[in-house]
Structure formats: C-alpha cells, structure tokens
Design a protein around this ligand. Sequence first.
Ligand code: MLT
Length: 282
Amino acid sequence: MRITVYFSPNHLDELELRDKTVVVIDVLRASTTITYAMRAGAREIIPVETVAQAMKIVGNLHSTSTVLCGERGGKRIEGFTLGNSPFEYTEEAVRGKALILTTTNGAVALTKAKYARQCFVSSFVNLSATVEALSMIEGIASEHLFILCSGREDDFSLEDATCAGMLITRLLARFGQNDSEPLSDSARAALSIYQHYGSDIYRTLRESDHGQHLLELGFEADILAASQLDSVPLVPLLEQMAIKKKLVFSDTMRVLTEDDRQITGLRKPELSVPAIRRAEVA
Ligand code: MLT
C-alpha cells in the first residue's frame, strides 16, 4: 500500500483527491465530534467552509430538522444551535436531523475530499474501526491511500499527525510493507511523530497548540474524550458533499451494519459504499 499524508489541507487542490481513497483526520475536534454525532443518530452532516455558506444552505432547506453547527476560534458561532464539542451532539439534539457543520479546519479538509471515491472520517475514537473499514476495500493493499490531516489554521497539528502515524502503523501491521513501494516521506514523518508522541495520547493532545487553546476555553473534557482510543467504533463516510452513512463495528471490530435502520433489522443490511465489498452482517 502506498500512503501519502497531507499535514494540512492548505494549498491542496480538491481535484488531487478525485477518485482516491481518503481518510480525513481532525482529532481536535471535528472528526471526533462527527463520529459522536453519527453515533447519536444524525441523519446527515454537510460540512461547509464558511458561515455564509452554512446560513445559505439552512435558508434554502427551510426545514425544522436542519441544525446549524460549528465553531470559530473554538467557540459556538453566534446564532448557531450547536458548537463543536462532541458532548453537545446528544440523541436529543441530533437524532434524525441534518447538520450543517462549519469548522475552522476539519470542515475545510472534508470539503477538499468531496470528489474522493470514498472518504472515511477518522480520529483516535474510531481508529481501529477505520483500519477495519479500509481493510474491507477490495484491493486496498495495492492502492494508494491519502491521509488528510486537518491541521490547524492552514498549518501542521501534532495531534492529527500523531493519529495519522498510528493509523499507518496499524495498516502496516495488517498489510505488511511492500518492498516495491517504499514508504513516502510524509508517511515516514507521521510514523516518527507517532513513535515519539503516541505513547500518551491524552498528554499529547493536552500539550498540543490546539489542546492548549481548548483548555483555555474550558474544553478539557473534549480533549479527554478525543484521546479515548476506539471508544466509538463507527466510521462516518463522506460521499460527495455529505456524510450520510456510517460503518458500525462491534467491540471485536466485526462490521455490524451501515446505519441505525439496519441495527433494528428493518431491512436486510447490505453495504452500498462503492468498492467496499459486501460484509458479513450481524
Ligand atoms: C476545526 O475544525 O477547526 C476544529 O474542530 C476546531 C475546534 O476545536 O473546534
């Protein structure tokens, strides 16, 4: 497997990810929050870059089941219903709703992946689930995987790079290293960062620039939540402009289902993500 890591979406043209397999990481906090929101039963999440775009979409939809969500500077945007703390995304707040989400970095990274063939939203809370989801793709071992870190303010962020390195470590353990495809420089860099900073994820997150900022804003619990490895074993999938699907795994990382309707057994589960082969369903 060839792996390229982008440490920030800055300067990345969205056409570069066209028809590619992509993992978007924003540990603090958009990927973590999106994963919580999908667990809580959000119908769909539409990431957008700007506040103006979010307002426009919500205005066009005219729906009571649409919720404006997001942050600037880490704080809930004035007039928006939800900010970007995973704990705000309760069942009561989001079940069955369409969330229009704009965040400073994560939403921007997601919009860069809108032409991807398949795009997985990842962070520490669903890291093993991400590995499982990727391993369901036919021929993944010989594919080129793109990991897009959201970074911070158009720049590098330690927590996303550490998470990318952990993901690469797990993928190499699963698929082995292909001698004819040496690791790219960016993948090697992410691996080194993980080897240095990955032994205490909570500490790394707390001490990172963005962690420090969130601490100042009083979001210590969010940092702790974001550091909890494999605490939410589901993977949100971005298809074109929206996250509507999720792959749900059991604690033993067996894929259970694609969405809640299937969990309750109302219809026969069948994964419909392109290029992901049908999985055994509990
Ligand atoms: C982002 O997308 O910039 C982050 O999720 C910021 C935050 O912590 O809310």
